[in-house]
Design a protein around this ligand. Structure first.
Ligand code: ATP
Ligand code: MG
Length: 501
């Protein structure tokens, strides 16, 4: 008889009040296999994961681990049964050290019942060496980049010695090198005979890493195929249920006068001598590896972070530093990278989140009525296809991708003259991705200036009129759309200009 699959779910159901998150969750993961789980934002992928993790309990259906029926009422039970999960949003405790986070809830003790710090340190060093991680195990988790937090989540999962490892969009915040490192780890775990589930909206990753793929739509199982026997087109069709129009629908826009002028911006140790201009009607791409300082520049321009030298001007007038309100008044908006932490009030409703930024503006015009707010919220929510039953749906209960769309909607509703947007489509599914691209293109056509930070080269090359490349805190190249290629952008992102010359 064939070996039982590591995980088997059949027709698993889960509802939250009147919202049916999962109608028929079905997947069968074999030992020694990496199984992709794909579907649009809100399809039910994370809900399925959380049931396996013991965070949610299913309303119905079959749930088996290594052939045995199971029922988890806590995450501890799921962990004990050999399931490790890397969630879409990192869940580290900021005040605890890296080591303490890895051993959270299961610290080894000495024979006297004390926490065995030596053993913990030793184990973490072993893990980090195996995973090629260079993070200081004693530093607090607070202030770590998303990529590093993700790496620590992975180390935590690997240290559990799990037979089933689930990764819910682990690469959304990682750069090329870090993705390769993660994939190498995933492949070695597969070769040890473990089962892995990999959730991603990036098809190139699904095809290079996985051997099997299961597609979900609207909470229901659609199909399972062997990667060797399917194609991107087929998967997209199964996911969306219709043909998807062209990605990067770039529209011709007339380039107007300069709007945003940044000169000599410097923050020691973070970035230095950053000079660039964004014109009306222009999309400027800001490319580079994670950690090159791109987000930091955007945050400084918008006044969230400080800088020690240089200036930011909008329409010729100086924008005061460290003052996001003044930046907003000057016509700037920033859609941050870490939307959940920096952009979203998770306890508030979708509508309220979208209108938070425009409320001040409306108030100045003496126009605060919930009617107007709701109309604005509704308009943007529907333009971005936020999937929720009502505007008062609490943002925390939205799927990851839909939370992203709410933050996007919130800033677009402020109608800025210059939009700084950090990773515009991270975590957003294929169908909506082209909508976001179309929208950015349209906004540029209407005269908005856009600075778009993106780690996805096809997105940069497809959308930007001009590409600025950053490396280690400096702009190393400026490449026009006509001549930009993935090779020259990657080269500028990874080589010093001396080496290039
Ligand atoms: N705790 C909850 N309360 C109410 N509704 C929820 C809750 N969790 C999820 N949902 C709803 O269930 C549906 C499925 O969400 P889920 O997070 O599983 O989607 P997903 O496939 O992971 O999407 P994404 O690609 O955006 O991460 C969504 O409509 C979501 O709003
Ligand atoms: Mg999800």
């Amino acid at each position: 008889m064939a070996e039982s699959p590591v995980l088997e779910l059949r027709d698993v159901e889960k509802a939250f009040g009147s919202v049916i998150a999962l109608r028929s969750g079905t997947i069968s993961v074999d030992a020694g296999s990496i199984h992709a789980l794909v579907g649009e934002n809100g399809a039910g992928k994370s809900t399925l994961v959380k049931i396996v993790a013991g965070l949610y309990q299913r309303d119905g259906g079959v749930f088996r681990l290594r052939g045995e029926d199971v029922d988890f009422t806590s995450t501890a039970q799921s962990k004990a049964a050999g399931v490790a999960v890397i969630y879409q949003e990192p869940t580290l405790f900021p005040d605890l050290s890296v080591t303490e986070n890895i051993f959270m809830g299961r610290q080894p003790t000495t024979q006297f019942g004390r926490i065995d710090r030596k053993a913990m340190r030793h184990e973490v060093e072993r893990l980090f060496t195996r995973l090629g991680v260079t993070i200081d195990p004693d530093r607090p988790a607070e202030g770590l980049s998303i990529a590093d937090q993700q790496v620590i989540e992975i180390a935590k999962a690997v240290s559990l010695d799990a037979s089933l490892l689930i990764m819910d969009e682990p690469t959304a915040a990682l750069s090329g090198v870090e993705v390769e490192r993660l994939f190498a780890i995933a492949r070695s775990l597969r070769d040890e005979g473990r089962g892995l589930i990999f959730i991603s909206h990036r098809f190139d990753e699904v095809f290079s890493l996985c051997d099997t793929v299961t597609v979900m739509r609207d909470g229901a199982y659609i199909a399972t195929s062997s990667i060797a026997e399917t194609s991107v087109d087929e998967i997209v069709h199964q996911m969306v249920g219709r043909e998807v129009t062209e990605l990067f629908p770039k529209l011709e826009a007339e380039k107007g006068g300069p709007l945003l002028e940044v000169e000599g911006l410097t923050s020691p140790g973070v970035f230095s001598d950053i000079t660039f201009t964004v014109h009306a009607g222009e999309i400027v791409g800001l490319a580079g590896l994670v950690g090159a300082g791109r987000s930091e520049v955007a945050r400084a321009v918008f006044g969230v972070d400080d800088y020690t030298a240089g200036s930011v001007r909008m329409g010729g007038s100086v924008v005061p530093k460290r003052n996001p309100n003044a930046a907003m008044r000057a016509g700037l908006a920033l859609v941050p990278e870490d939307r959940r932490k920096q952009g979203l009030v998770v306890e508030a409703g979708v509508g309220e989140n979208i209108t938070l930024s425009i409320r001040n503006r409306l108030a100045k015009l003496g126009l605060v009525t919930t009617g107007i707010e709701n109309r604005a919220a509704r308009e943007w929510a529907s333009r971005l296809e936020v999937k929720s039953n009502a505007l008062d749906t609490v943002a925390a209960t939205l799927s990851g991708g839909n939370q992203q769309k709410v933050v996007l909607a919130k800033w677009l509703a402020t109608n800025p003259r210059v939009l700084l947007i950090d990773e515009p489509t991270r975590g957003i599914d294929v169908g909506t991705k082209s909508e976001v691209h179309r929208l950015l293109s349209q906004l540029a056509q209407q005269g908005m200036g856009i600075l778009m930070i993106s780690s996805e080269l096809p997105e940069v090359l497809g959308m930007a009129d001009r590409v600025l490349v950053m490396r280690e805190g400096r702009i190393t190249a400026e490449i026009d759309r006509a001549v930009a290629t993935s090779e020259n952008v990657m080269h500028a992102a990874t080589h010093s200009s001396e080496a290039a010359a």
